[in-house]
Design a protein around this ligand. Structure first.
Ligand code: LLP
Length: 430
């Protein structure tokens, strides 16, 4: 579901014409729809409603703009965080630490201390050494750390190799074979309190059965831990995929991704996971990131030049791989829609590329798109998740502005960086 539509030939986000946003803030720029973010959250929450004790911890690594977090705080979301900086953002956005779970394989002692003192809901522990470290830090602070262990269920969830996490060859979690003994060790440490078990099988997953498979594989262990240590929660992680192909036309109700030929609605996901989760008799946590914000954002860009070689036609735009790295890093597909609907149905096969000095700086290769000329503006669709948050200033390109649309109102929720911002904190030695 999303709120991007052509109305009278102009691409709109809710009630706002994206051309007017491009004119007022310039391009490139990210634009998010508040209605879409809220709608996605509510739809997932409604689908999971049969689980009376549930907490949706939005995986804020997907998009951590304060305005997005604040919107989700108001919806009642908790947060899945992976750094001290993310916790700081949650608190600054009006969220509560006791609704945050702290994941990640490399938490530092400082981050652990900060999260403990803020009263985090749980640390999702990824290794034995980390367990010892959390115990130590908690002891020094005179506190007891709530923990869950991330257990790797060794489930194959079809997705890009860089975002698959649930196999034993991945760096994440502790193997199912060793989990019971790590819990026993945790129980023996004085400054830890066993609170839950967490798992996550990967990201951009468009089939529900792998989630159910992970639950089934972990159920005996979870029940055993529940009776041994009084487990309070089970977290199934995130990973529900979104539509990237034909994202403008399809969306709801088709929810069909022509690229992969697959789809996963929140209802289909819930139909597969709710029953096996209910059996556990625990609080259930979900950590969706991409599902909540992915289709809620676009990256606006302007065509700078056209250029041809004997074998290729290039369209050079003002956004680059430093602004949206998904195509370069994961072969990610983002639909390209002109902000003004073309009057001609003619398509041409082009590479849409950015200005960065890398051959990997492309948004589309050999793709049929409407004829684009210098000055035309486009939207790179479904860029709300892992878009701005993964951007960098490579090639000394300032970070982009972010705009939040709500009905007829567009608010700049992050200013575009200036060249002065780029050099802030740098120094030439005397
Ligand atoms: N929980 C854990 C423990 C995770 O590692 C992740 C994502 C999530 C939840 C949220 O997953 P989601 O619901 O968003 O699929 N940058 C990549 C995706 C990396 C995902 C990392 N972990 C991309 O652009 O495709």
């Amino acid at each position: 579901m999303h709120s991007f539509r052509y109305v009278d030939g102009s691409l709109k986000c809710e009630g706002v014409d994206l051309t007017s946003v491009a004119e007022s803030v310039g391009t490139p720029a990210y634009v998010y729809s508040a209605e879409t973010i809220r709608g996605n959250y509510r739809r997932l929450d409604a689908a999971l409603a049969p689980l009376s004790d549930r907490m949706i911890c939005y995986a804020m690594k997907a998009n951590s703009n304060l305005s997005v977090l604040n919107l989700l705080v108001k919806e009642g979301a908790g947060f899945d965080i992976v750094s001290g900086g993310e916790l700081y953002r949650v608190l600054r956005a009006g969220g509560r630490a006791d609704r945050c779970t702290f994941a990640g394989v490399g938490k530092t002692a400082e981050e652990i201390d900060y999260a403990l003192r803020q009263g985090i809901y749980s640390f999702n522990v990824e290794s034995e050494e980390e367990l010892e470290r959390i115990n130590e830090v908690a002891g020094r602070a005179g506190l007891v750390a709530p923990i869950a262990i991330r257990v790797n269920p060794d489930v194959d969830a079809p997705t890009h190799k860089y975002i698959s996490t649930g196999k034993s060859k991945n760096k994440f979690g502790i193997g199912l074979d060793r989990a019971a003994s790590v819990y026993a060790r945790a129980a023996s440490l004085p400054h830890l309190r066993i609170k839950g078990l967490q798992t996550h099988i990967g990201s951009q997953i468009l089939k529900a059965p792998p989630f159910a498979e992970a639950i089934t594989k972990l159920t005996p262990l979870v029940l055993e831990l529940k009776s041994a240590y009084g487990l309070e929660f089970f977290s199934i992680g995130g990973g529900v995929g979104i539509v990237y192909h034909d994202s403008l036309e399809s969306g709801d109700p088709a929810w069909w991704d022509s690229g992969s030929g697959e789809r996963l609605t929140p209802e289909a996901y819930a139909a597969e996971v709710v029953e096996p989760l209910k059996v556990l008799g625990l609080r259930i946590l979900f950590e969706p990131g991409r599902f909540i914000v992915g289709n809620a954002g676009v990256l606006l860009s302007t065509v700078l030049y056209r250029k041809s070689t004997p074998t290729k036609n290039f369209v050079v735009v003002d956004a680059g791989m430093n602004d949206l790295i998904r195509p370069a890093l994961y072969e990610g597909h983002h639909e390209i829609e002109p902000l003004v609907q073309p009057t001609s149905a003619t398509l041409e096969k082009v590479d849409v590329v950015g200005p960065v000095c890398e051959s990997g700086d492309f948004f589309a290769q050999d793709r049929e798109v409407p004829v684009l000329s210098p000055g035309d503006r486009i939207a790179l669709m479904s860029a709300g998740a892992y878009g701005f948050v993964m951007s960098s200033t490579y090639n000394a390109r300032p970070l982009l502005p972010e705009v939040l649309v709500e009905g007829d109102k567009a608010t700049v929720v992050r200013e575009r960086q200036t060249w002065d911002d780029l050099i802030r904190g740098e120094k030439i030695p005397d």
